[in-house]
Design a binder for this molecule. Structure first.
Ligand code: FES
Length: 162
């Protein structure tokens, strides 16, 4: 497994604090995986490696657990993913408007993926960058102070629609 997980990514801090809260106990694996999936929208391999190392569990055990439960996903939903943070700070600063704008432009609601599998929309409760609210993670890039109009343009550009 690739072990690299960016230490500057606010999501890494959220996982670290969850691991700390669970006292790095191996039996907290499912709890921690839930947290990670809620933050990332799926379970990237470097995140699994990080969890496995932190809980002192063999990577094979972590991978087997993820594969066993159907609610865990190893793949992002859609070629491009847009995860809108709907945690308190982001909600107050307009997360709902971002979701409405996305729905208006791309005709997709949270949890949906476009028919051509180009774009998947997801929501998370907090991605750990509250100071930048409202926050969206577009293809693994955490973006803050989002203005919905401009953001949907950025999404189109990224998807090659402009
Ligand atoms: S509530 Fe959105 S980053 Fe924390």
């Amino acid at each position: 497994m690739n072990n690299t997980l960016s230490t500057t990514d606010p999501r890494t801090k959220l996982i670290s604090s969850k691991l700390k809260k669970e006292a790095y106990k191996a039996d907290a694996l499912i709890e921690v995986l839930h947290t990670a999936q809620n933050i990332y929208g799926y379970l990237p391999i470097p995140v699994l490696a990080y969890i496995s190392k932190s809980l002192h569990l063999p990577p094979s055990r972590v991978y087997a657990t993820v594969s066993f439960y159907h609610f865990f996903s190893l793949k992002p939903k859609g070629e491009h993913t847009c995860l809108v943070c709907t945690g308190t700070a982001c909600y107050v600063k307009g997360a709902q408007q971002i979701l409405e704008k996305i729905e208006q432009v791309f005709h997709l609601k949270p949890g949906e993926t476009s028919k051509d599998n180009k774009l998947g929309i997801q929501v998370a409760r907090c991605v750990g960058a509250c100071g930048l609210a409202p926050v969206v993670v577009l293809d693994d890039e955490v973006q803050g102070n989002i203005v919905s109009e401009e953001f949907t343009q950025t999404m189109k550009e990224k998807m090659g629609l402009l």
